[in-house]
Design a protein. Structure first.
Length: 278
């Protein structure tokens, strides 16, 4: 089953979403094999872009962050906040005692140790005991595919259209207490696609399903190559399409706003395939 945790009126609420008819024998230990690709948008003033990510194979953890671009109006590069936040998350994960897994605690420690100006979304996922534990703030997120079909997609957390929850040192920013926690049991062969909104605003899950059908014919996946394909052939290509009904365009329409085509943005894609430790 999938269990989501969020705070509602100051109380921690758990919601069970799905049950599964497939399970992994308790004696079979799983791991994530990961790869990532980052494509910053063309901006000579910010060659590093505003996204950040990490992969920690030792602790079986991955994460992404997306600096909120609105800070540019104040002369602040929110990418610096995102990069410091992800670096601090990586450090916090490394410092966790063996056997301890708490993404919410990792995010909180990273948040408290990040001093840069700006704000950022964040999503961290960790694998332990064949369960993917995640914490998410904002409109970055992840999708899980099983047998080349979408199994689960993390929800977007936003105050209103195009204003996601965001961590930052400003009094108007959100805090890790606003994060949504999720646990999802995984099985060998599952593929996790973690990304910033440069991916999620431009690509529908069905498009990723088609890529997976082509790239997983033999069951073995090159996570880096798959991340590159999703980032460039799907997200970047779609972002440059001025006529498509992108996920962002559809969300804008639902919010009563007008936007046609893709959304040009930094694009980060992290791919993890679930495989047996053996």
């Amino acid at each position: 089953m999938i269990i989501k945790k969020r705070r509602l009126e100051g109380k921690l609420v758990e919601t069970t979403l799905l049950n599964y008819d497939r399970a992994v024998p308790p004696e079979e230990s799983l791991k994530m094999v990961c790869g990532a690709f980052y494509l910053p948008k063309d901006n000579e003033l910010k060659p590093e872009g505003e996204d950040a990510h990490f992969i920690c194979s030792e602790k079986q953890a991955i994460g992404v962050a997306d600096g909120v671009g609105g800070w540019a109006k104040k002369g602040v590069d929110a990418g610096e906040y995102a990069r410091e936040l992800m670096n601090n998350a990586f450090i916090a994960i490394q410092q966790q005692p063996d056997g301890v897994l708490d993404p919410k605690r990792v995010l909180n420690e990273a948040f408290l140790n990040t001093e840069a100006e700006g704000s950022s979304t964040a999503c961290i996922a960790m694998l332990k005991d064949n369960i993917l534990h995640s914490v998410n703030v904002g409109d970055s997120g992840f999708l899980i595919f099983r047998d080349n079909r979408l199994l689960y997609q993390s929800p977007t957390l936003q105050h209103y259209f195009n204003c996601p929850y965001q961590l930052g040192n400003s009094k108007t920013c959100d805090r890790p207490s606003s994060a949504e926690e999720t646990t999802v049991p995984v099985v060998p062969g599952d593929i996790i696609v973690l990304g910033t909104d440069g991916l999620l605003d431009n690509v529908y899950p069905t498009e990723i399903e088609e890529v997976l059908k082509e790239k997983t014919l033999e069951g073995v996946v090159d996570p880096w190559q798959l991340a590159l394909t999703i980032a460039v052939d799907l997200a970047f290509y779609n972002s440059m399409d001025k006529c498509s009904c992108s996920p962002f365009a559809r969300a804008a329409q639902l919010a009563g706003q007008k936007h046609i085509g893709g959304k040009i943005d930094d694009i980060t894609v992290v791919v993890a395939q679930i495989v047996s430790q053996n």
